[in-house]
Design a binder for this molecule. Structure first.
Ligand SMILES: NC(=O)c1ccc[n+]([C@@H]2O[C@H](COP(=O)([O-])OP(=O)(O)OC[C@H]3O[C@@H](n4cnc5c(N)ncnc54)[C@H](OP(=O)(O)O)[C@@H]3O)[C@@H](O)[C@H]2O)c1
Length: 235
């Protein structure tokens, strides 16, 4: 797909990885980028069209789809992480919040924009997943569950939208240097490095991006014996 001349919409575009996606799309020659944010006043990049969009709000999603029928690339980037052990009093609240944004938000956006992508020749739908779609860590198990659900949804969307010519891209990454993991001391990939790989993948027609060494290792480890998600000392 040619990025030059494309019209992109990025959710959660005001900071972190979403902001980097916007920049990478502009750098690659996108004609127009809708920078969607819960508070569009917080979008600080020039040359973009800020729009108000909370992915958990059906009215916002419907309004965005109604108003922006020229979109050819959708990047479902918005996401939240709530730390909670699987067994705790806070579990229900955390799990529902994460599923609302990380799963139902992606589903709502994909459903609303699939007909638009079709009408515009196919285009691309990118879902920001995680290495935690495949393995889990203490404290973020519910986030992992939401990203596992979003991975399965992405695989289903790929099959369903193939016939209309839409490229569906799954992006998996370990730690990325954003607010979401600012408390974590570990090696992190720069958001710009992830975003540039994804934009290149769209251009190349690739359906999956393993953005760093850990995501490549974990994917390879899924079929190891024992599998990476069974190993006692692994993530
Ligand atoms: N950072 C990592 O290590 C890492 C690794 C793998 C995958 N990811 C995924 O990458 C994506 C981007 O995360 P990030 O690292 O950039 O996190 P971040 O710095 O916390 O930014 C999250 C973004 O999502 C937006 N957002 C949250 N809930 C939303 C909603 N209901 N509607 C619209 N926007 C919403 C936030 O907007 P506000 O400013 O309004 O809060 C913000 O723009 C997420 O899907 C995340 O799960 C992150």
């Amino acid at each position: 797909m040619n990025i030059k001349g494309s019209v992109a919409l990025v959710t959660g575009a005001n900071r972190g990885l979403g902001r980097a996606y916007v920049q990478a799309l502009l750098d690659a020659g996108a004609k127009k980028v809708y920078a969607a944010a819960r508070n569009p006043a917080t979008v600080d990049l020039p040359r973009v069209q800020p729009i108000k969009l909370d992915v958990t709000n059906p009215d916002d999603v419907a309004a965005a789809a109604k108003a922006h029928t020229d979109v050819t690339i959708v990047i479902n980037n918005a996401g939240i992480m709530r730390s909670a052990p699987v067994v705790s009093g806070r579990v229900d609240q955390a799990a529902r919040a994460e599923m609302e944004t990380n799963f139902y938000g992606v589903l709502a956006m994909s459903s609303a924009f699939a007909p638009i992508l079709k009408a515009n020749g196919g285009g691309a739908l990118v879902n920001m997943l995680s290495v935690l779609s495949w393995v889990t860590l203490p404290g973020v198990a519910l986030y992992s569950a939401s990203k596992a659900a979003a991975w399965s949804l992405t695989n289903a969307l790929r099959k369903e939208l193939r016939q209309q010519g839409t490229l569906v891209v799954a992006v998996h990454a370990g730690y990325i240097d954003t607010d979401m993991v600012s408390a974590v001391q570990a090696q992190k990939t720069q958001p710009s490095a992830v975003a540039q790989q994804v934009v290149q993948a769209i251009a190349n027609g690739e359906e999956e991006v393993l953005a760093d060494a850990i995501s490549r290792q974990v994917k390879a480890g899924l079929s190891a014996e024992p599998s990476v998600y069974l190993a006692r000392n692994a993530a």
